[in-house]
Design a protein around this ligand. Structure first.
Ligand code: SF4
Ligand code: SF4
Length: 313
């Protein structure tokens, strides 16, 4: 990465700030983030469900469709999915990405993401982790697999400041689990699937996707599509915690941004903390959010450069 990539973003003018606030409040965004597919053969039941709504579903080895849903699945991996799956397999994230994922572009934002590779030449074959006994990485399976047969959508209506999550059922014809008598609320299902922890770690990443989807109405942040380098930085920060750590400790990052010195040691080993710092950094770089502040000497140097460029010095 060049010094240019690490350069702090320019400071916001009042007009910039007004534009950002306008985008934050006036755009309407919906991101469907945890659903395996949405095709005519694979319908999403268009019913908005809240945490207290209940549904019938149970999956167990005796169902005649056992493992069918683990073929040709469209699974976008969140940062936490990659962290947990690579640890489960005893791999570094870079090795995991190479062996088990394919790069893709997130539909509504154009941002790069990693999807779980499916077998078969056409990607309709079995997932590499599928076994006769079910999912061989069950304790660390991806968020989308945990959600199934539900989907999660994040919506930020016009005029609202924060997004709202809602849930819906995906009723695929082959899935017999819906015919089971076990009833549970959305909240009970989420808890049983361990989804709260996933969402906590991924929150910053989801915020970035939501913000990018908002800005797409102008063609990208501040009316411009993110550069290839910015997209690469986003991909690194959301998929490869080792590369992110090398960047933070091997570049001018800690000299540029105010990061609590007490956190430096923790960032050397705590992957989740580092991921959260990475998301704050990307929000600052992409949307000029005040999620990270620059050190005073960097601000002074930037001001001096602007004055110099204007011939004021
Ligand atoms: S990760 Fe596990 S649950 Fe998800 S598709 Fe693969 S085998 Fe199925
Ligand atoms: S298709 Fe449904 S019931 Fe069958 S294995 Fe998958 S989740 Fe379970």
């Amino acid at each position: 990465m060049s010094d240019e990539d690490q350069a702090p973003p320019s400071r916001l003018t009042p007009d910039d700030r007004a534009q950002r606030e306008y985008i934050d409040s006036e755009t309407e965004v919906e991101l469907i983030e945890a659903v395996r597919a949405g095709t005519p053969e694979n319908p999403v039941q268009p019913v908005k469900m809240t945490m207290d709504d209940t549904f019938n579903f149970r999956c167990h080895k005796a169902v005649k469709c056992w493992n069918e849903c683990c073929h040709g699945a469209d699974i976008t991996l969140t940062p936490n999915c990659i962290l947990r799956l690579s640890k489960h397999l005893g791999q570094r994230p870079a090795e995991f990405l190479l062996e088990y994922t394919v790069p893709a572009e997130q539909e509504k934002t154009g941002l790069p993401v990693a999807k779980l590779k499916m077998g078969g030449g056409d990607g309709k074959g079995p997932c590499a982790f599928m076994s006769d006994d079910g999912c061989s990485v069950y304790e660390d399976r991806p968020a989308t697999c945990r959600y199934y047969p539900m989907g999660l959508a994040s919506v930020k209506p016009k005029g609202a400041e924060v997004k709202e999550d809602f849930f819906f059922l995906v009723k695929e014809p082959h899935c017999c689990g819906h015919q089971e008598s076990q009833s549970q609320s959305v909240s009970e299902f989420r808890h049983a699937q361990g989804l709260e922890e996933y969402e906590d770690v991924n929150r910053g990443w989801m915020d970035i996707l939501m913000k990018m989807a908002s800005w797409m109405s102008l063609g990208g942040p501040w009316g411009q599509e993110p550069t290839k380098q910015v997209k690469q930085m986003f991909f690194m920060a959301s998929t490869d915690v080792d590369a992110l750590r090398r960047f933070v400790f091997g570049s001018k990052f800690l000299d540029t941004y105010n990061v609590d010195p007490e956190a430096h040691e923790a960032l050397k080993t705590d992957d989740v903390l580092l991921l959260k710092l990475g998301f704050d950094w990307m929000k600052n770089v992409m949307f000029r959010e005040p999620t990270l502040s620059m050190q005073e000497h960097v601000v002074q140097a930037a001001v001096a450069k602007v004055r110099n460029d204007l011939g004021a010095m």
